[in-house]
Ligand binder design. Sequence first.
Ligand code: G3I
Length: 385
Amino acid sequence: MNFMCVTRLKAASFAFLFLISMRLIGCSPSHSIRFPPAVEVSNLQERPSLRILAKGHNRRIGVGAINSILKYSDYSRKLIADEFDFLVSDYHMKWKWIHPHRDLWNFDISDDLVKFAQSHSQQVKGHALLWHRSLPDYVKSSPISWNEVREHVETLMIRYRSQLSANGDKTLFAWDVLNEAIGDVDENGKVALRETIFKRLLGANYVDRVFALARVTDPDALLIYNDFGMELPGPKSEFALAWLKELKLRKVPIDVIGFQMHIPLWKKGALEKFEANLKRYSDLGFQVTLSEIDVALFSSEKEFRSMSEEEVNQRLEQQKKVYAGLMRICLRNSKCIGLSPWGLNDSDSWIRRTFGKSYEAPLLFDERLRKKPAYWGLHEALESP
Ligand code: G3I
């Protein structure tokens, strides 16, 4: 046995002894969330997928925040194809990526997503035609004209509007036409339309114009207004309701209101408040969707690190109740077209990347792609609404 082997053997035995001793004194190298073992069922065929169960209720179950689909593992792609009937791009249909310069378009990644959907009889919800974030410099810095907005919207919608999925459905069945046009609640509790570059340069009726343009460009697509922070009654929800009512009176062609649902671990009372609030929008004649669901488990890293495994598992059970509650609310509201979590598994979550919360676990599948209690929450709600 040569020198190198001996050295490696010594190193390996030291590492082994180190790990054993760490375990014995009770501190594992990293305090990671260890979920209950994934629910192993004897015959997977007996447990229908979310998309099959949802279809039985005439609802859609999608998955959002999908990045480059070709970079996912085979197993991830299998889960995406088996469990969901529509896909939403995380970033690669946004202006900054797909149209980074006036004369340059990057369609590859969104084309891949559309092709994947087509080959699995799925559809795609386009996200997002107009958003004040993820804009390229030439839009942010130079006065953008209506003609440039129109060219961007028409090019994207025309490229995909005639694409069909394997089952003959339009692949691009819906578009988040406008994202987050309502501003945040100010210090006086007041809310107004967000002062975006589009509002500033095109006037407040840019909203009317972009939805009218989207309607004529793809008359069959569902046109969505998508926003966050209006799930529960409060200043933003009151403003949104009044504003959308006004748009409807002006016959602005908005079909669906998307409630993003980036929420903490709601307690029971919140679900009731949300259901009543959602009904106020559907009673106006809008369809609704829960568009970007993630249910955060922890208020801080300190809280996470202070919790025992048992306490973490209790949080996961609470998270399951929230997902099940949201599914039942969607099933009870005939105007709810369906829902979609914002990401496949916890490692994908924007919350981890954006806020550096590597311990957060807001989605249906864990880091090892195992079905969490949250997944079974949706499943059980669909099996017994
Ligand atoms: O792909 C580029 C990479 O090439 C580059 O090197 C890197 C350098 O910054 O950026 C990469 O793009 C990042 C992209 O996510 C893909 O990962 C962008 O920087 C980053 O800003 C972008 O963040 C996304 C964010 O929207 C802004 O577009 C999040 O992943 C996405 O989950 C988040 O989603 C939004 C919804 O669209 C609207 N509702 C709120 C939600 C959360 O903010």
